[in-house]
Design a protein around this ligand. Structure first.
Ligand SMILES: [Zn+2]
Ligand SMILES: [Zn+2]
Length: 337
């Protein structure tokens, strides 16, 4: 992909997304949208722009493409981004997916969808999950449970050395004490409590971001060991409607890397797996083959893992997921995490 001047964050985000099978399958199967959009509005729609950019990237001649349809919509995707300035790839990816969701929902504008229905877009079915938070009062033992919708996991890396440790840290139990003490309605006062996080529903595609940039934009350069496969079974809540006896295994499909000292300077590239054990690095218009060991030694910034299908028969799994979704959705409340 051609760099239009500090647009490596766009190129690497697009390359990372274009190598997520679930995302690409959806983009190609969006027949209702593509048909309805095929008229006058094609110039404005971000879903159509993404579809056409993806199709142009699939030319068999290996021609370098210009992701101009996305570049031109930068202000629509994220109003505070500036042309010609290096921006944060993770922020861009989030805004891009959000604008695709908004474009999708625009097709249902007359239907007055509630919040929960708005969380059932295809983008959400791919990247969305729910986190269960349980706060337990240390005095009366009452448990307050809330659910939060999430599309990515922002992982602290300062005190960990592997992606597994970073996830363990994310889902670790916190003690709420002192200034953070919890107001228990049963006890009618502030009390010491514990807060436990678990997965109520796992996303089909797990998007992990390593918090490499602090508030001032300075970078944490350390290497965090990543693995091709991730087992996140231990984070799924045992009482979740989505719990099954099968392990929850994910495999790495793509990632975005950052080279440089701060969020506003440096260079982004993407790394993506093509087929069994073959990875490529996408550095604007250059593409290199990478060995597995080179991939695992990369200082990743954003990691995209896709869930591997479990052994259950497809029919029963699909009906369970439908049931589970409805149950979870009815119970969702938001919290402030
Ligand atoms: Zn469209
Ligand atoms: Zn209490």
């Amino acid at each position: 992909m051609v760099n239009f001047g500090n647009t490596c964050y766009i190129n690497s985000s697009l390359q990372a997304l274009f190598h997520v099978p679930a995302f690409v399958n959806w983009l190609q199967s969006e027949s209702r949208h593509l048909q309805e959009c095929n008229g006058e509005s094609i110039g404005d729609c971000i879903i159509c722009a993404m579809y056409r950019t993806y199709k142009s990237s699939q030319n068999i001649l290996g021609i370098v493409i210009k992701p101009i349809l996305i570049y031109r919509r930068l202000k629509y995707i994220c109003n505070h981004f500036a042309y010609g300035r290096e921006e944060d790839a993770h922020e861009f990816m989030r805004y891009l997916l959000h604008s695709m969701e908004e474009a999708y929902l625009a097709g249902y504008i007359g239907e007055k969808l509630d919040t929960f229905s708005r969380e059932t877009t295809p983008i959400n079915q791919i990247f969305g999950g729910y986190i269960r938070t349980e706060v337990t009062c240390s005095e009366c033992g009452s448990v307050s449970t809330t659910f939060q919708h999430c599309q990515d996991f922002l992982l602290d890396i300062e005190h960990v050395s592997t992606v597994d440790d970073a996830l363990d840290d994310y889902f670790s139990t916190e003690r709420l004490d002192g200034d953070d003490a919890y107001y228990c309605r049963g006890c009618n006062k502030k009390v010491v409590a514990t807060r436990k996080f678990s997965l109520e529903k796992n996303p089909q595609v797990l998007c992990l971001q390593f918090k490499r940039f602090n508030f001032s934009g300075r970078k944490i350069e350390k290497h965090v060991t990543i693995s091709e496969r991730l087992d996140i079974t231990r984070f799924l809540c045992p009482s979740s409607a989505h719990h099954s006896s099968e392990p929850l295994i994910y495999h790495l499909v793509s990632m975005v890397t950052h080279i440089g000292l701060s969020v506003k300077s440096g260079h982004y590239t993407a790394v993506a797996g093509m087929c069994a054990g073959h990875y490529f690095e996408f550095d604007d218009k250059l593409v290199y083959h990478m060995s597995v060991s080179e991939v695992l030694e990369t200082n990743a910034y954003i990691l995209l893992y896709e869930c591997e299908p479990c052994e259950e028969p497809e029919d029963s799994l699909a009906s369970q997921q439908r049931e589970g979704c409805t149950t979870a959705t009815r119970r969702i409340k938001h919290n402030n995490r």
